[in-house]
Design a binder for this molecule. Sequence first.
Ligand SMILES: NC(=O)c1ccc[n+]([C@@H]2O[C@H](COP(=O)([O-])OP(=O)(O)OC[C@H]3O[C@@H](n4cnc5c(N)ncnc54)[C@H](O)[C@@H]3O)[C@@H](O)[C@H]2O)c1
Ligand SMILES: O=P(O)(O)OC[C@H](O)CO
Length: 295
Amino acid sequence: MSIGVIGAGKWGSALAFALSEKNSVFITSRTPRDLDNFVTLDEILACEYLVVTVPAQQIADWLEENFVFKNQKILVASKGIEATSGKFLNEIYEKYVPDENIAFLSGPSFASEVMQSLPTALVINSSNEKLAQELGDLFPSFIKTYTSDDVIGAEVCGAYKNVIAIAAGICNGLELGNNAAAALISRGLVEMQRFGIAYGAKEESFIGLSGAGDLFLTASSPMSRNFRVGIGLAKGRTQKEILEALGEVAEGIGTAYALHDISVKQDLYLPIAREVYLTLEGKNPHESLKDLLTK
Ligand SMILES: NC(=O)c1ccc[n+]([C@@H]2O[C@H](COP(=O)([O-])OP(=O)(O)OC[C@H]3O[C@@H](n4cnc5c(N)ncnc54)[C@H](O)[C@@H]3O)[C@@H](O)[C@H]2O)c1
Ligand SMILES: O=P(O)(O)OC[C@H](O)CO
């Protein structure tokens, strides 16, 4: 079985490493890289399985410009909601791939720890249970995989937790303490569950690995890029300054803009996501805190 990983950033590289324990794994990216088994896009598209890690804000264009469906079985490993359209990833992919050929990866997973073969648990979410099981069997022994048919729940969890992580980073950067951090994460879980259920997600997804698990991981550690964005905002840095220093993607930014537009269009109460959006737009984080505590 051959696996083609698309995107050679932190997550693509980590998944290529992990999956190579039991499979022949090839990798490609926009720019040629000096990596083992780096191949061309055409060679990748010929693989039986594809693992896609192109960031959520870029995947629609990437698919339009590069993708050819050849009955591949696809695991989407990105997390986010497209800012320009408000589309979830499954809505972007459905134009190119039938539901029975696609699954979405979720759960608490820092790439750097996967690269160290540290114990990790992930969920493979698909309407095709057989495909989810098949993809799960590709993973190495240090990664325990579960399956779920709650694609929407997994997507909301993976995307929304990045926005809450930015808020948690702001909380940390303002040195508000552990009580505030715990309150923010707890209320953030409630907010993302409320949003997800409005889109048909299953409640149980939010108390499992995809929801509480990934939220706890990402909103509790400066290992998270999104958490570090929040710290930068608390220190009064601009988005541009923060991203230049980060040098990697922080999906919570685009998703915060997406959630803001969705909340306005659909009159949804998303207080934490709203304050993250406003802080990204230059609102003083101290003002955001006051509004969150008083409204
Ligand atoms: N790093 C992690 O710990 C981790 C874990 C789970 C999920 N993810 C998710 O995986 C996705 C990728 O994150 P990452 O950590 O690899 O980020 P990264 O910043 O390390 O790498 C992003 C990769 O995407 C590529 N890319 C950017 N724009 C592109 C475009 N227009 N066309 C093609 N390729 C493009 C870049 O070249 C780079 O290789 C994100 O959605 C992220 O949320 C990351
Ligand atoms: O570094 P982050 O904030 O993009 O988080 C990485 C993973 O999504 C954690 O599960």
